[in-house]
Design a protein around this ligand. Structure first.
Ligand code: CUA
Length: 317
């Protein structure tokens, strides 16, 4: 069963930032409701008090009150604007990354691509895709970029939404104060597979995270079985290596996801398919059937070649 933490949830965030933003939004909502109730009440009151029967030609200049009501409303509006600006600004300051902090090396570098997320841990030398692992209780500085068009990172349970803009770097804080999985998605229409540009953040105990990031930072293990060795050859020959990296091999391109530890991920195609060797094989067989528009072309592989490639990639844990 899914727990609350797994859902994007605006009002019950799992980080100080998201809670603060949730409270602000709730505060705004309550405030707006109170203002609405006052105005609605005044309307009813005015209507009752100043309704004049047809044919009644009595002088109702008394209702005008020499502009006092107008001044009162103007002042009240001013107070409302000042109060709301104060709370908004305070939240913006607290959740924002100041320009000095932005000069530091980020904990994560996330790059939006059509249609997947590249996730780098510059300090640990690890690279993965679509699923960001983080240690719980740590405020991580994230630098966000785009490789092509505008994307938008949003994991509602963990904090703010941020655009990934080509040619620019934006910064935000990522923090989870409980262990769990948090779902997110690209929030800016970015083309055909925008809907399948999901994000998952996995918050772990710090010691588990250390193990994970160390493992992800390692080079790929050499293939063992005859089939996997065949697969690794195919990978280099079939031009897979022109787009993908497998650290520890000659494949060093960064157009597609880094595949060094692809078999350790729980999903494929940015969350569209759960990870399994069968799904990996389906994808390799016909990427356009699984994710139309994806930038991976269909290679004409026979059954045996597919088996070898699947064996090789499926061994990259
Ligand atoms: Cu990337 Cu929408």
């Amino acid at each position: 069963m899914l727990t609350l933490a797994q859902h994007p949830h605006l009002f019950l965030g799992s980080s100080p930032d998201s809670r603060m933003m949730g409270e602000l939004m709730l505060g705004y909502g309550v405030f707006a409701f109170v203002v609405l109730a006052i105005i609605a009440g005044l309307l009813v009151y005015m209507k009752r008090k100043y309704t004049v029967a047809i044919g009644d030609d009595s002088d109702f200049r008394e209702a005008q009150d020499e502009g006092k009501i107008e001044i009162g409303f103007a002042l009240a509006s001013l107070v409302i604007v000042v109060v709301l600006t104060y709370f908004s600004t305070r939240t913006v300051w607290k959740v924002g990354v100041d320009s000095e902090t932005a000069l530091e090396q980020p904990d994560l570098l996330i790059v939006g691509h059509q249609w997947w997320w590249e996730i780098r841990y510059p300090k640990a030398g690890a690279v993965t895709a679509n699923i960001a692992h983080v240690p719980k209780g740590k405020r991580l500085l994230v630098a966000l970029e785009s490789a092509d068009v505008v994307h938008d990172w949003w994991v509602a349970g963990l904090g703010r939404k941020m655009d990934a803009i080509p040619g620019e770097t934006n910064y935000f804080w990522l923090e989870a104060d409980e262990v769990g999985e948090f779902e997110g998605a690209c929030n800016e229409f970015c083309g055909m597979q925008h809907a399948w540009m999901r994000i998952k953040v996995v918050a772990m105990e710090p010691s588990d995270f250390e193990d994970w990031v160390q493992a992800q930072g390692r080079e790929a293990e050499a293939p063992q079985s005859a089939s996997a060795i065949q697969g690794s050859r195919l990978f280099q020959e079939m031009s897979c290596a022109s787009c993908h990296s497998i650290r520890g091999t000659d494949a060093e391109a960064t157009i597609g996801p880094d595949l060094t530890h692809v078999a350790s991920r729980s999903t494929l195609l940015s969350g569209k398919l759960p990870y399994s060797k069968e799904n990996l094989r389906r994808w390799l067989h016909d990427p356009q059937a699984e994710k139309p528009g994806a930038h991976m072309p269909k290679f004409l592989l026979d059954g045996q070649e597919l088996d070898h490639l699947t064996e090789y990639l499926g061994g990259l844990k």
